[in-house]
Structures are given as C-alpha cells and as structure tokens.
Design a protein around this ligand. Structure first.
Ligand SMILES: Cc1cc2nc3c(=O)[nH]c(=O)nc-3n(C[C@H](O)[C@H](O)[C@H](O)COP(=O)(O)OP(=O)(O)OC[C@H]3O[C@@H](n4cnc5c(N)ncnc54)[C@H](O)[C@@H]3O)c2cc1C
Length: 555
C-alpha cells in the first residue's frame, strides 16, 4: 500500500534518491521513494566511485555490499597516440578511510542501494509511480503521483501524498525542478559519445586509459565482473541510431581489438554531455539533488559522486527538520554548502574534456607539445597522480562555525579524516563505525565533557551526539572516560597529527563527517551555542555569557 503521508517524499530511485532514502531510513524518518519506471535503470552509466561516496555508503551499512562491485585504486592514464603516458592519476593516500578512485558498475551498486531500503520499516519504494505536480503549503507539500504501467502509461487516477519535504532526485530532466520553476543554467557540450560495455573482457588489464589520439580519441576501462567499457566520440551530425547499430559498433571495436576478436556486447548507448546547474537547490519545501540539480560531463566520473554528496548533506538535515528539532531554515544551508562545490566539479569535468578533445587545432597543438614536457616535471606529475586538482568540499558558510573569518586552509567546513581506532577491548576499526550516523564531539586526550554547561548538554541531547575522547594507544582507555561517551585509541597517530595542526583540541563532527567546529574545551559552550543557532535549533537557554570575540565576528 502506498502511504499517503510521510516526512520526506523522494522522487526518483537513482543513486541519489536511494542513498538519501538509506540515510533517512537509518535515522528512522518516514520516507517514500516514488519511481516511475518498473525497475531501476540498468543501462551503462557511472564507472568511477570515490572515497567520499564509499564513506556515505559506510554510514548506512552498505559499503561492503557496494564494494563487491568495485575495482579499488583504479589508475587513470592519459596516453598519447605514440603510447606515451602523459599523465597518470593514481592516488595512494586514503585520508577518508577508503581508496580514492574505484571502478564500479552503477546498475549493480544502485541495486544494492535499493535492497538496503528493505531493512527500514519507515521507508517505502514505490515503483511505477510518476510525479505529476506539487503544491507547496508552506508547512509541507501535497504531491500528485500517477500510477503507470511498464510503458509509463497511466493506469489510474493520481494519488495525493502529503509530506513535510519533497526532494527531486529525478535526473537531468527533473519534472520536480521544472514544476517549481527552477531553470538549469549553463550549456550542453556539443560532443556525443557512444558507450559500449563488453562481457568476457577481451583485454583484461585492470585500469583506465584515455587515448589522446587526434583522429580517433577513445576511452577504455576495466570494470568489475569481467566487463570492459569503450567510449567513442560521435562526430557532429552523425545519426545516433546508426551509431548504435551492430555494424557501426563492430567497426569501431575493430579499430581497437584484433579483427578476429568478436566480443560479446552487453549494452551500447549514445550520450550527450551537459554542463548545467540550477541556481538554487531549494524552493520552499522542495529540494533538488543529484542530476536534477547539476549535470556534468563524465570525464572525472563525478556525476554520481556529486549526487551522493548531496544526499549525504541532506539526510541528517531533513531528519532534524522533520523531527521538529531544527527549523526549516536549516535546509537553506544545503544550497550554501553544495552549490559552489558542484559548480567546481562541473568546471573540472569540462576542463578535462577540453584536454581530452581540444576544441580547435591550436589547443590540440598546445596539448600535444606541452603534455610530454609537463609529464617530465616531478611536482606536476605528483600533483596529478595524487589528484590534488580535485576540488574538495569547503564550506565558507552554512551549518558550521568558523572561529573567525572563513579560512580555506583551516579544517572547519571540510571533510574530517577517517583514521583507524581501537576500543578498550583492542578491536581495531574505522572511526565512523565507532560513532555511527550522528553528530560527535571528538576531543584529544582530556575529558572535555567536564566543560559542558546545561545548554550545551541539552543541544547535544537534541542532536543525539556522541562524545569521544581519543588517546594514544599506549594509554589506558578506561581511566577518565566521559560519562556517556567513548574512549578510543589513536591507532596510527593520525588524530595526534590532526589535532597538532588544528586550532583546538575538540572537533565537532556532523553526521556527514564535515567538521562543524574546532575549539578548545573552554570555548566549547560558546561554540555550541553558535552552532545551535546555525543549525536553527531553538532550545530554552540558561546562559547569559556573550560569545568570544572571534565568534561574534563569524556570526
Ligand atoms: C556514460 C556515463 C558515464 C558516467 N560515468 C560516471 C562516473 O564514472 N562516475 C560518476 O560519478 N558519474 C558518472 N556518470 C553520471 C551518473 O550516472 C549520474 O550522475 C547519476 O546516475 C545521477 O544519479 P541521480 O540519482 O541523480 O539521477 P538518475 O540516475 O538519472 O535517476 C533519476 C531517476 O528519477 C526517475 N524519474 C524521472 N522522472 C520521474 C518522475 N516524473 N516520477 C518518478 N520518477 C522519475 C528516473 O526514472 C530515474 O530512475 C556517468 C553517466 C553516463 C551517462
């Protein structure tokens, strides 16, 4: 039975909607996911999943299921027509606890995300239900969903569902975004690409290569489960159907495989690349996420990952607002925090596309001359290899407390590291598994909770926050443990290094693992008061003290 009311109605069961539903399910929020198709999309799409997305799946207990369909540490090489490697992206560090680049098969991962929803009694996935219209009542939404058959034809009258929030995770054409009048800004790249997935990988090597051939650029990727993907450029004016035909597909494959190899083709499809973004991701009680909010060319493999970041940012905020802990204004921080970063990912993806297929002969000449030269300069090589060009989230504003003016070099508003920790029993694991999908106050060594006043404790209770003291692993974890918290051992010294460089010894971590604040124990109460304000949480207060000067400036 389709529920006729819920807290959050998600339109679209792609990876963004399914991830958001898993986060909301984990937090016990009544959620309905409406998908117009009879099954999840299974045509070839995303092939690269990053460490931040894996961390999000870890938060909802699905990372092991997802990783079954990945190739960890997949190297991406840019190779010229003479076979010289001009650049190689092969990061080795794992600051967030997972390999930074992983090959994957999107339909299989999407399926794991959908299966994950079966764990939650509060979440319903309704296939064959198409979004038709929304009315924003100010306090919530009234949404018309139309039951449809496998071909998308209506099978009955629309059903009205009321919800506190509607989230359009309904892809690039987003009927939800259009219904609330949010136009896409930006433009489409004029290039189209044919994507072909082969079974029984006829090549078998484990990585990805971009062939920078002026006449015949193409991409070749190894995927899990013995699948090989090729991507070939479709010339301007070429007929899409003809390009997807058997004859054309085999002719293209014959240029990259020996003539007598007849590979088994699983899927083929032509895509056009877009670079678009909505001006805001919120309109009243309606939000957009994933491809519904932004579209980017595939060259950095960030469309899927950017949608997962959106879902991870939204999940806990929608939970706080749905429970009435936070005011609806908290959802304004979603656009504040996500828009600039999604825009930066679009720009990077466009840039990589221009390097791969330069727009004109001059740009091509520059690439062909400069590429081999730059590849010989050690620092340039390492900059690319370690993926230091990848824009990392940094929030200048939002549900965070900078100690002074926003500082892009400081830790606040950035993703926190995920070190290994050990508990009192000596069991070693990842930090996030120890704290769960919730706020956490993590302090170095000392019992900072002794400094918390009643207002801070009320806020931490409302947030269901975990307090954690981290100590060198040689020290006793039992001594001076916080009253209702954890004591964990810093297994490899990562925490000590982090706190050594940080402007304080207590870090306030959000459920999405963003650093909300860093301070010393004596600054905790003022910092938490300011954080409560930024989270739009209005609790009865007993405090009269003014915030320290640096925080007044930040407000
Ligand atoms: C060839 C290719 C390669 C790619 N490679 C990568 C990569 O390596 N890494 C990466 O990160 N990204 C990659 N991407 C991008 C990635 O696939 C997308 O960004 C991602 O699928 C977007 O997910 P989403 O959930 O936001 O939207 P979608 O996956 O598009 O899901 C939207 C869902 O909404 C449903 N829907 C639409 N309208 C309605 C309606 N009216 N009512 C109900 N439901 C509706 C749709 O049926 C669909 O199921 C690639 C894309 C392509 C095409």
């Amino acid at each position: 039975m389709l529920p006729t009311s819920c807290d959050v109605l998600i339109v679209g069961a792609g990876p963004t909607g399914l991830t958001l539903a898993n986060h909301l399910g984990t937090l016990g929020i009544r959620t309905l996911v409406a998908e117009r198709l009879p099954a999840l999309i299974d045509y070839p799409r995303g092939v690269g999943v990053d460490d931040e997305a894996l961390r999000s799946f870890q938060a909802v207990g699905l990372v092991d299921a997802v990783r079954r369909h990945t190739v960890p540490n997949q190297v991406m090489r840019f190779v010229d027509r003479r076979g010289r490697v001009l650049a190689s992206i092969e990061p080795t560090a794992e600051p967030f606890g997972w390999p930074r680049r992983n090959g994957f098969i999107q339909p299989l991962v999407d399926r794991e995300l959908a299966l994950g929803l079966e764990r939650f009694p509060s979440v319903t996935l309704a296939l064959r239900h198409a979004f038709e219209s929304v009315e924003d009542t100010g306090e919530g939404v009234r949404v018309a969903l139309r039951p449809v058959d496998d071909a998308g034809e209506p099978t009955g009258a629309p059903v009205t569902v009321t919800a506190r929030w509607l989230v359009g995770c309904d892809g690039g054409r987003s009927p939800v975004r259009n219904a609330v009048g949010l136009p896409f800004e930006g433009r489409s790249e004029s290039t189209r690409w044919l994507v072909i997935d082969l079974a029984d990988d006829p090549i078998g090597t484990p990585n990805v290569s971009f062939r920078l051939d002026d006449d015949f650029p193409y991409v070749e990727l190894a995927l899990p489960h013995g699948i090989r993907r090729f991507e070939f450029m479709v010339p301007d004016g070429a007929d899409e159907a003809e390009f997807e035909s058997d004859a054309r597909v085999h002719a293209l494959l014959a240029r990259v495989l020996p003539a007598d190899v007849r590979p088994r083709i699983i899927r083929r499809r032509v895509y056009m690349h877009h670079a678009r973004i909505a001006p805001t991701f919120r309109s009243g009680r309606v939000l957009v996420a994933g491809d519904a909010a932004h579209l980017m060319p595939v060259w950095q493999g960030q469309g899927f990952n950017t949608g997962i970041r959106d879902a991870t940012n939204l999940g806990w905020k929608l939970a706080l607002a749905s429970r009435g802990v936070a005011d609806a204004g908290l959802l304004d921080t979603y656009t504040q925090e996500r828009h600039a970063h999604a825009g930066a990912m679009i720009e990077l993806s466009v840039l990589v596309g221009r390097i791969f297929v330069p727009a004109n002969p001059l740009a091509r000449l520059a690439r062909n001359l400069l590429g081999p030269l730059l590849s010989r300069i050690g620092p340039v090589r390492r900059y690319i290899a370690e993926m230091r060009f990848k824009p990392m989230p940094f929030f200048a504003d939002g549900a965070i407390v900078h100690p002074g003016a926003p500082d892009a070099k400081g830790p606040v508003g950035k993703v926190f590291v995920q070190p290994r920790v050990a508990d009192a029993g000596g069991r070693i694991g990842r930090l996030d598994d120890a704290i769960g999908l919730r706020f956490a106050l993590i302090g170095w060594s000392a019992r900072f909770d002794a400094w918390l006043d009643d207002d801070s404790r009320r806020l931490l209770d409302a947030l269901d926050a975990q307090t954690v003291v981290v100590r060198p692993s040689c020290q006793s974890l039992e001594r001076e443990a916080p009253a209702h918290g954890l004591v964990l051992a810093d297994v490899d010294g990562t925490f000590k290094r982090w706190f050594d460089a940080a402007p304080g010894s207590v870090v306030v971590l959000r459920p999405d693992r963003i650093v909300a604040a860093v301070c010393t124990p004596w600054q905790l109460n003022a910092t938490l008061r300011e954080l409560g304000r930024r989270l739009r949480i209005d609790l009865p207060t007993t405090a009269t003290a003014a915030p320290p000067q640096s925080m007044k400036e930040a407000a």
